[in-house]
Design a protein around this ligand. Structure first.
Ligand code: HEC
Ligand code: HEC
Ligand code: HEC
Length: 124
């Protein structure tokens, strides 16, 4: 004979137990964001560790080069020429900022950069 009076509470306790990690992390940790990386290229404008930590500095350097010094010289990655440009370069490879830039900024809880007030993000 089944003793449903024990099985059902037992099942509930089991479910609670296996989902403890979820409850435990509520409000304290978020799932690491899924960022979509480009499929057709291997490398970024800087090595991975460097672009991760320094992409904002690089963007500011490019902006100053272009706006203050009028330096629009191009550079080469994997045989292709790129400009010093937020939209024409970064977003050429990272085509969807909502699947790349935004989720990571949300995750690390930096305030979203205001660049998009003026710069046009291609696919939205
Ligand atoms: C030629 C294509 C290309 C261009 C242009 C490019 N990226 Fe990347 N980017 C990549 C690829 C490919 C990766 C993944 C590299 C790897 O896994 O080693 C990447 C990685 C990154 C990462 C790290 C993601 C992670 O997993 O932590 C950031 C941040 C980033 N890019 C920002 C930028 C910014 C900002 C620009 C413009 C200044 C830019 N990228 C321009 C192709 C590009
Ligand atoms: C893998 C995570 C990651 C990705 C992807 C990423 N960023 Fe960032 N970004 C950061 C972090 C972390 C900071 C804050 C760094 C700091 O505060 O020193 C930051 C800061 C910035 C800032 C400076 C914000 C400010 O107001 O000071 C800019 C601009 C920026 N990111 C642009 C971009 C752009 C454009 C993309 C997409 C092409 C991008 N980032 C993708 C992690 C990321
Ligand atoms: C108030 C408007 C405004 C804001 C906000 C702004 N920019 Fe710009 N930015 C401009 C203008 C205008 C240019 C000149 C475009 C040109 O001459 O090609 C420019 C040029 C640039 C350039 C070089 C040219 C190019 O095509 O990208 C970079 C890189 C750049 N900005 C990065 C940024 C980043 C990163 C942010 C956010 C942290 C940002 N800008 C925020 C107006 C703005």
């Amino acid at each position: 004979m089944y003793d449903s009076g024990k099985i059902i509470p037992g099942l509930l306790i089991f479910v609670l137990f296996v989902t403890i990690p979820i409850w435990y992390n509520r409000g304290t940790a978020q799932a690491v964001p899924e960022i979509v990386l480009p499929k057709d290229v291997e490398s970024c404008v800087l090595p991975l560790a460097a672009i991760r930590s320094d992409h904002m500095k690089l963007l500011m350097t490019w902006r100053d080069d272009v706006l203050r010094d009028g330096d629009r010289s191009t550079f080469e990655i994997e045989g292709k020429q790129y400009q010093k440009s937020l939209t024409l370069t970064c977003l050429q490879c990272h085509a969807n900022k909502e699947q790349f830039c935004d989720p990571c900024h949300t995750y690390v809880a930096v305030r979203q950069p205001n660049c998009w007030d003026c710069h046009f993000a291609p696919v939205e």
